[in-house]
Write a protein that binds this ligand. Structure first.
Ligand SMILES: [Mn+2]
Length: 191
């Protein structure tokens, strides 16, 4: 079975370095959307069963109606692919989150703050998401897995991080999973 794992697209993120240039800023935003479109095309062409999105798909504070509609339409184009999303610190599942305000297609599952679990055949997908712009660390240590299944964890977590507010994860606590889909590591101060 094939799966695709992506994270941190940050769609509609303000382009601070391009602020003075409206045209370039607009183009950059479009290119980010096209990167997402390429992922969708790849999935269509390669019979991918699972799409794992480990958070920060868009910028909750800046995301435009058109962008959310574009995301939803893209998911509709891959209706035979299960899409799992764990909201991150830039697209947290707050009350007025776009995840709550818009209707996402049936093939899309969005994780909340508590650990959720989905089973597809012999695969178990565990995940938890941000429900605010900052959260503490989740306790992955106590999760007991069924060793007869393939176990995947998806979360916007920071491996061996020490931020205290961005779901720091200890490597030893997640070694029991067969695959862990985390956010992309960033050295920038504002992640
Ligand atoms: Mn991010």
């Amino acid at each position: 079975m094939k799966f695709v794992h992506i994270a941190d697209l940050h769609l509609d993120m303000p382009q601070i370095r391009l602020m003075g240039n409206k045209e370039l800023s607009k183009r950059r935003k479009m290119e980010q959307k096209m990167a997402f479109k390429k992922v969708i095309e790849y999935i269509k062409e390669n019979d991918v069963k699972l799409l794992l999105i480990s958070g920060d798909l868009f910028e909750q504070k800046y995301v435009e109606d058109d962008t959310i509609k574009f995301i939803i339409k893209s998911f509709e184009e891959i209706k035979d692919t299960y899409v799992f999303i764990t909201p991150g610190n830039h697209d947290p599942l707050i009350k007025n989150s776009a995840y709550n305000l818009y209707e996402f297609p049936e093939n899309v599952s969005i994780f909340g703050k508590d650990l959720g679990k989905y089973t597809i055949g012999n695969i178990c997908i565990y995940g938890n998401g941000f429900d605010n712009y900052e959260i503490g660390s989740y306790n992955y240590k106590d999760i007991v897995l069924d060793n007869n299944t393939i176990n995947i964890l998806i979360t916007h977590g920071t491996l061996n991080g020490n931020s205290k507010k961005y779901n720091d994860i200890k490597e030893n606590d997640i070694k029991k999973f067969d695959y862990v889909a985390l956010r992309t590591y960033s050295c920038s101060k504002n992640r």
